[in-house]
Design a protein around this ligand. Structure first.
Ligand code: PLP
Length: 295
């Protein structure tokens, strides 16, 4: 039934069910690798430049070599989209430091490993996005370089499972000073009682989302007042609206935090405006235009 999914593994296009990397790959041994997730909407790759620039940042901070040139890498990404007939869905790209006998220091000789996969999903459903989700708050137990999109995601995995166990969609992580950093796979936003859109400023404490950047630009263009600063869970609980952003979730309303309703408990008016502005922005620009600042 249907056609077989195809994955890209180190220069080869292989059936997804046979796609494998070596047991001594440092991604497997140490979590020594980085990744990107691109959304595909209506056959178009979203935020291509943003994801590539962030990948460049992650790779250079970890001193992992590019497995291919940027151009060749994008050819492979587009080929995987094409071969899997993805019109709406996700592309997952992972680069590791490659295969070497297990030893902590960087190997003297290594060849970066590259895996690219794609998956179809239902087209963006604005109505579904306008259904609010629950978030919980949890301590942020991650490291001090959350600006690097590392494949080492244990705290994020544990946090997301904690959310699931509490019948919530996402967990907002709270730093030692009592401020929300971000979700486990999304950026966090609130609308204050003054009608200001607030999201944490980019730093080494968060992953600067490509969707976050697009939403900042789209909201600015739509004339919405924005403040990039940290906020506390208490401020979020008292907020008028809240939402999350990511390549997978787009702009998704949050209507409850730690079991308490936000605002009137319904999806906020500004959240709806931001979603509309984001969709229009994607249709016009395909992604953020400022993509050279990653912490
Ligand atoms: N924050 C974290 C920790 C993430 O893992 C992600 C995406 O996976 C995001 C934020 C959102 O980033 P983007 O909008 O680029 O998908």
């Amino acid at each position: 039934m249907g056609m077989a999914r195809i994955a890209y593994v180190n220069g080869q296009y292989v059936p997804h069910r046979n796609a494998a990397v070596h047991v001594e790959d440092r991604g497997y041994q140490f979590g020594d690798g980085v990744y990107e997730v691109f959304a595909v909407m209506g056959g178009k790759l979203i935020g291509e430049q943003g994801h590539l620039d962030r990948l460049a940042h992650s790779l250079s901070e970890l001193r992992i070599k590019w497995p291919l040139s940027r151009a060749a890498l994008m050819v492979a990404v587009k080929e995987i989209v094409r071969r899997n007939h993805v019109r709406n869905g996700l592309v997952y790209l992972q680069v590791t430091r490659g295969v070497a006998p297990r030893d902590h220091p960087f190997p003297v000789h290594s060849k970066s490993a590259l895996v690219i996969t794609a998956r179809k999903s239902a087209p963006m459903d604005k109505d579904a996005l306008r259904t609010g989700v629950d978030v919980i708050t949890i301590p942020d137990i991650r490291w001090q370089r959350c600006d690097i999109k590392s494949v080492a995601l244990l705290p994020n995995v544990l946090g997301k499972q904690q959310a699931r166990d509490a019948n919530a969609f996402e967990a907002w992580q709270v730093d030692d000073e009592g401020y929300v950093t971000e979700g486990t796979s999304t950026n966090a936003w609130i609308v204050t009682t003054d009608g200001n859109l607030v999201t944490r400023n980019a730093s080494t404490s968060i992953l600067n989302g490509v969707t976050r950047l697009s939403v900042l630009e789209a909201a600015t263009e739509a004339g919405i007042d924005i403040m990039e600063r940290p906020f506390t869970p208490e401020e979020a609980l008292a907020a008028r609206e809240a939402f999350i952003t990511s390549s997978t979730s787009h702009v998704k309303a949050v209507t409850r935090i730690d079991g308490q309703s936000i605002g009137n408990g319904h999806v906020g008016e500004l959240t709806n405006r931001v979603l509309d502005a984001y969709v229009e922005y994607m249709e016009t620009h395909g992604g953020p235009r400022t993509t050279d600042t990653w912490n």
